[in-house]
Design a protein around this ligand. Sequence first.
Ligand code: FAD
Ligand code: SF4
Ligand code: SF4
Length: 477
Amino acid sequence: MAEHMLKFVSVPQSTPEKRQANERRVDFDEIYRDFATQQAAEQASRCSQCGVPFCSVHCPLGNNIPDWLKLTAEGRLEEAYEVSSATNNFPEICGRICPQDRLCEGNCVIEKGFESVTIGAVERYITDTAFEKGWVQPIRPRRELAQSIGIIGAGPGGLAAAEQLRRLGYQVTVYDRYDRVGGLLIYGIPNFKLEKEIVLRRWKLLEEGGIRFRLNFSIGIDATLAELRAQHDAILIATGVYKPRDIGGPGSGLAGIVPALDYLIASNRDNLGDIVPEFASGALDARGKNVVVIGGGDTAMDCVRTATRQGAKSVKCLYRRDQANMPGSMREVKNAQEEGVEFVWLSAPEAFLGDDHVTAVRAVRMHLGLQDASGRQAVEPIEGSHFNLPADLAIKALGFDPEDLPGLFGEPELKVSRWGTVAVDPKNFMTNLQGVFAAGDIVRGASLVVWAIKDGRDAAAKMHQYVQQAAVAAAAE
Ligand code: FAD
Ligand code: SF4
Ligand code: SF4
């Protein structure tokens, strides 16, 4: 092992080349270039092959990171791909968009002093190479099972579950109200973080593996949950969370104040070549405008960086806490700053100014007060500190809540938490309705792609158990 590994002392950390800010701010292409083969092997060889790998412990999927790093360092990429894809349905996606600084890489033991192994970039490199070489093949179940599974939602949670269940031989149908597969991977997360080709090739592969997709099909409109239950042996609800948190106050009804996801979906659709009327009319296009994005999470970062690429006159991010207390990934904040976004920290909106259309956001300075019960510092306005920021487009990126699923699905019995997320038995992912399971953001609240994949995989295992037990019980009757 020593020949190939433990090189962190002699080989410095190097990430795949990041395109210059002035080049990347004029297009929607991914900002990181690919690792060259030699660089990937070298970077993988920095791993010290820890007995207790904290990187894996802090990867929600428990990926076998030291093993695939070692195989990469040794040039055994096909085996690295086998190991990496055994625990993760979409390693090339996680490699691109996981907040590695908070997960695997942030817990790599060589982080202190030598800078972590670039785990995400190697993970992405392994599976991108596997696609290039034709090692990624559609599912071919060893046997076909008669039972069928219905999955509501083609986001990462639903897709991971669909793949796991199809592998076991189930007849799997995924329903989605959108016209494309991927959920937030396709319409939420912008191209510069995750090129859409990456998502579209997974869709094709899943279809080739025998998973059926019924798109433009909304549960609650085109069918009730009860109708779906009658058609399938088990159901998974993986519908994500989409109800935007709103800001009230004077002027909040003016034109030009838009929810973040409407804005991002229009941009993603435009990039995919769709005709988007709200984009063509300019209502959801930042070109030539002063843009103010309100919020400090990853969605806000995606909005400011999209506005920059659309050719906005100015882009400001208004956040009521300071940089150290931002919920968004530090890497994305840095990328946004490099691309010319101005951050207005410790400031909150009070009112929107304008006659019919917004012309400015009136804000007030905040200061951080004492910690609350959750350990977060409270924020309080500083009296008399008002100021106006010019804005022709104000984007609200304050987070998302679940829709009213019992109402929407025509299933008042479906139990939800006090936040509206679907309540499941944590031991088996089943809701209070027999044979109806749930996973991903609709259970956790807005979270991460890697957690949706993890939940989708775990729920699939429990659904398999449930369907098989039901089959045994039926045979015994
Ligand atoms: P979703 O991806 O939301 O998929 C749910 C699917 O269900 C959708 O396709 C929807 O159309 C469908 N659906 C909903 N209701 C119905 C219905 N009634 N009938 C039929 N279909 C329905 N996470 C990261 O890890 N890294 C990031 O960089 C990152 N960036 C993000 C940027 C933005 C702008 C946003 C909003 C989120 C981001 N996230 C990121 C979070 C991540 O995208 C989500 O945690 C993840 O997609 C959740 O997966 P899911 O499968 O539970 O739901
Ligand atoms: Fe790291 Fe995410 Fe990959 Fe896990 S899935 S190893 S957390 S990048
Ligand atoms: Fe390698 Fe870092 Fe993981 Fe240790 S923590 S096994 S050094 S990647």
